[in-house]
Write a protein that binds this ligand. Structure first.
Ligand code: SF4
Length: 245
């Protein structure tokens, strides 16, 4: 049976599989999905540790696989520099950014709206423009309270498959993979961050929850920007999107 149709108990697999078995499973998921979706399979790369691990896995499975990055006007300078280096290494990574004017400090007054405009809209645009039928993400079910119920293969939007090939990896296993494969990572991790986002909404914490440093002090604390929870196939009206490198 194809791994794409599995109904395995993922919470059990988090503990049952060892590192090598998880890497093999992730590669097999990407391989089978690429065989099914070909060029319409695209990796979403947020420039965080999980994304660069998935990107590396995907490129090992099939070097032709394409990807996209969504950036915002609020990304830290270190992330922008890292992004430029990644795009120079992999020109098949397309960058999307929403330049539409928004109220100042919208991230404080209405963080959900800010994320919708600056993150969800460009993801929708990338999916539309790159003719994506299957997008590949670095989601992990042990990452925090909002990420426990995802599946390895999902169809939250009709006609758009989401593949989460490292869903059952632990944080330690991501670092293990990155170290063993010498994958470059965002230098902000060396400062103590464990989950990266826009500068005003990301803090260093020692909390057990890996995403606890995201949106601290707001109703979104430890939550989601919306790209994994909002519909992505709707047409975006009035979009002002740039592709910068
Ligand atoms: S993470 Fe913060 S600054 Fe970035 S889009 Fe979301 S609310 Fe806005």
């Amino acid at each position: 049976m194809s791994l794409l149709n599995n109904s395995d108990d993922l919470k059990e697999l988090v503990e049952a599989l060892n590192f090598k078995e998880k890497v093999e499973r992730s590669k097999q998921l990407i391989k089978e999905a690429y065989a099914r979706y070909g060029e319409s399979l695209v990796v979403a790369n947020s420039l965080g540790k999980d994304s660069v691990a998935v990107w590396d896995l995907a490129k090992k499975v099939e070097p032709k696989i394409r990807g996209f990055i969504v950036t915002t006007r609020y990304k830290p300078a270190e992330t922008i520099k890292f992004m430029k280096n990644e795009v120079a290494r992999y020109p098949e990574l397309k960058v999307y950014k929403n330049e539409a004017p928004i109220p100042e400090r919208l991230y404080e007054s209405e963080p959900d709206k800010c994320c919708d405009i600056l993150k969800v809209v460009p993801v929708k645009n990338a999916i539309e423009e790159l003719h994506v039928k299957c997008w590949v993400t670095g989601l992990r079910c042990t990452e925090g309270r909002t990420r426990t119920d995802f599946k390895e293969v999902e169809e939250r939007d009709k006609g758009l498959i989401k593949l989460n090939p490292i869903l059952i990896w632990k944080e330690r296993e991501v670092w293990q993979y990155l170290a063993l494969n010498r994958v470059p990572v965002n230098p902000l991790y060396a400062e103590g961050y464990r989950s990266l986002g826009c500068a005003p909404c990301t803090k260093i914490t020692n909390d057990d929850n890996e995403r606890a440093g995201r949106w601290i002090g707001t109703s979104k604390c430890g939550g989601e920007c919306g790209i994994h929870t909002r519909p992505l196939k709707t047409i975006t009206k009035g979009k002002i999107i740039s592709k910068d490198k």
